[in-house]
Write a protein that binds this ligand. Structure first.
Ligand code: FMN
Length: 189
């Protein structure tokens, strides 16, 4: 099972990086699988640290893949051995990388969990949130998938938005639609 989360990591220059990732939870260990090359992979390789943000505010996924909003508020912590979490996270796990299963495309990084904190309750499933997550994956593959397939899937995902979105999901969906339009304009030149 893959859990769609936001992974925060820290670079050598102490800059926090925020990226949507699909992780696995197996026997109380976390497996992160960043593509090569990626900032997330580079950061974890340098310091073995990451924080997993389980979050139902899907604006973070859409904001990052569209690049329309990349800076999200982080917890203010002084401890350099911990990567800050997003203040919007429902739950966060601090993790330490223990095992690196290399792969030329997508290595698996097996991590121990050093701390788990629940901040906000789970409020049930929401179809619009699912739509935004799926659409964010499509946006992150704009250059890899045929545009017709993307537009067709977006039309279907829009149903969940129309029927069940709140303000956060509507904002995220606007970013998704604007990004796809921007991409189409650039590629029709
Ligand atoms: C829901 C979702 C799941 C994703 N899962 C992964 C993943 O498991 N590994 C990965 O490398 N990128 C994943 N991506 C794409 C990355 O978020 C995106 O490419 C990002 O820029 C990662 O590269 P970076 O660490 O250099 O920022 C996912 C995107 C979305 C929207």
């Amino acid at each position: 099972m893959i859990h769609e989360v936001i992974v925060t990591t820290v670079s050598e220059k102490n800059i926090v990086h925020i990226a949507p990732m699909g992780i696995q939870l197996i026997d109380d260990r976390v497996i992160i699988s960043p593509f090569r090359p990626s900032q997330t992979l580079e950061n974890i390789t340098k310091n073995n640290l990451a924080t997993i943000n389980f979050i139902d505010d899907v604006r973070v996924f859409a904001g990052i893949v569209t690049k329309y909003k990349k800076d999200w508020e982080l917890e203010d912590i002084k401890d350099k051995s911990v990567v800050p979490r997003l203040t919007l996270a429902n739950t966060h796990y601090n993790v330490i990388a223990k095992e690196f299963k290399d792969d030329e495309k997508r290595p698996n990084i097996v991590c121990d969990i050093s701390k788990k904190v629940i901040h906000k309750p789970f409020m049930g499933f929401n179809r619009a949130q699912f739509s935004v997550i799926e659409a964010s994956v499509l946006v992150s593959r704009l250059r890899m998938l045929p545009i017709e397939k993307i537009l067709q899937e977006i039309e279907y995902l829009k149903i969940g938005i129309k029927k069940t979105a709140g303000p956060r999901e509507s904002q995220a969906w606007k970013w998704i639609e604007d990004k796809i339009q921007e991409f189409q304009k650039e590629n029709m030149k």
